[in-house]
Design a protein around this ligand. Structure first.
Ligand code: LLP
Length: 385
């Protein structure tokens, strides 16, 4: 069994539940990525949706990463936390006029356009406001990411991106505008991808489409392959936290950049998942008819991934060294899906014991809700606690 390195004594005086971030691990992860992209024309935009805590964002921005945003508020948050506008990409199928204006007013790096009506809206707002919009066409590559159905995004039946059939029309619209500058192609096939062959399939598609565009007389400075690199939820202490080396090597092998072209990535989970844990207190240990329930003061409102995607998170009792017992670890929320893990082997627990739910740095705090009038979880950082 893996035991995390937590300042348990310090935790005792804190109100639970809260997120605890290991800032040293975050920094080591960022350095590992920087090492892989150094000297290459690669730019990593951090996907804010994974974790938008300002402390985390400032750390990532200070390492020179760009930002991938999916709402006007994410753009504003990224700017506040030190990401330069010139490194902010804006994706999303439903950008509102207000959000498009935020992008235009701040002269962000690029709009990743997902439909013809959106292209029309950006053109109207840009020309109406006397602004220019750099755009990349997000193309649905119809590549299977072999991941959970809720987080696969690059298949024909998904709502994301332009279909290939839309491309001639998109090019016409762009050619007819003085306010749209086409700089790139954008893709994103899904999240928590651990089978690298999905990225290979994506690369094949990228090359094919680049050739198609080139036949139309169009070339791109920017190729954006999105994010999706998965982590190992069963080994929260594994270092490096993801196989960055293999990931970047694969793209380098398949996508040969010409002079002036840059390859962009939008990684979220792999940067932040392993540095975060959700810390909860054991409210009760309850003997059921056929099993024991460990009821924590954290629930699906604090970390919804297990309830929403049946996601696995490694769980530890960080207050006890007693022998192991088996529990269903559940939250207090009035939903049967409010379960963090079934049949979990933990050091014997008693009321008050602190429980760590690991690998929760991505899509944890950002997806928290106030259902049942619950308070949002707090956040503490290893270097300031
Ligand atoms: N780029 C785009 C256009 C995206 O839609 C996403 C994630 C990313 C980049 C970042 O992907 P990552 O590197 O983090 O895999 N809530 C789910 C994950 C949803 C991902 C949505 N899009 C979860 O908890 O697993």
């Amino acid at each position: 069994m893996i035991k995390g390195q937590f300042p348990v004594e310090k935790f005792h005086s804190l109100e639970t539940p809260f997120y605890y971030y290991d800032m040293d691990l975050l920094r080591r992860t960022l350095m590992a990525i920087r090492k892989e992209i150094e000297g290459k024309n690669y730019i990593v935009h951090y996907a804010l949706k994974a974790n938008a805590n300002p402390r985390i964002l400032r750390e990532i921005a200070s390492c020179g990463f760009g930002a991938d945003c999916v709402s006007g508020n994410e753009i504003l948050r990224a700017l506040e936390c030190g990401f330069p506008a010139s490194r902010i990409a804006f994706a999303g199928v439903g950008k509102t006029d207000k959000e498009i204006r935020i992008g235009l007013d701040n002269d962000i790096f690029c709009f990743n356009v997902e439909s013809l009506p959106e292209l029309e809206a950006i053109e109207e707002l840009a020309s109406g406001g006397g602004r220019n919009a750099r755009i990349a066409l997000r193309i649905n590559p119809n590549v299977d990411a072999h991941t959970h159905r809720y987080i696969t995004t690059g298949m024909e039946e998904n709502k994301f991106g332009l279909n290939e059939a839309d491309l001639p029309k998109a090019l016409d619209m762009i050619a007819g505008s003085n306010h749209l500058q086409l700089i790139g192609m954008h893709f994103h096939i899904g999240s928590q991808i651990t089978d690298m062959s999905s990225f290979e399939d994506l690369c094949v598609k990228v090359v094919e489409l680049e050739e198609w565009f080139s036949r139309q007389g169009v070339s791109f400075d920017v190729i954006n392959v999105g994010g999706g690199l998965g982590i190992n939820y069963h080994h929260p202490n594994h270092c490096p936290v993801a196989d960055f080396e293999a990931y970047f090597r694969l793209f380098g092998k398949y996508l040969k950049l010409r002079e002036g072209q840059s390859l962009h990535f939008e990684l979220g989970r792999s940067l932040v998942a392993q540095c975060g844990s959700l810390i909860a207190r054991t409210t009760y240990v309850k003997e059921g008819v056929s099993k024991k329930f460990l009821i924590t003061d954290a629930g699906m409102t604090d970390l919804i991934r297990p309830a929403l995607y049946q996601a696995f998170h490694h769980i530890e009792n960080i207050s006890s060294d007693d022998e192991y017992e088996t529990y269903d670890v559940v939250g207090p929320v009035c939903e049967s899906s409010d379960v963090f893990g079934e049949g979990v082997s933990l050091n014997r627990a008693k009321r008050g014991d602190l429980i760590a739910i690991r690998s929760a740095g991505a899509y944890g705090e950002t997806m928290a809700s106030m259902y049942n009038c619950r308070a949002l979880p707090g956040a503490y950082f290893s270097d300031t606690l």
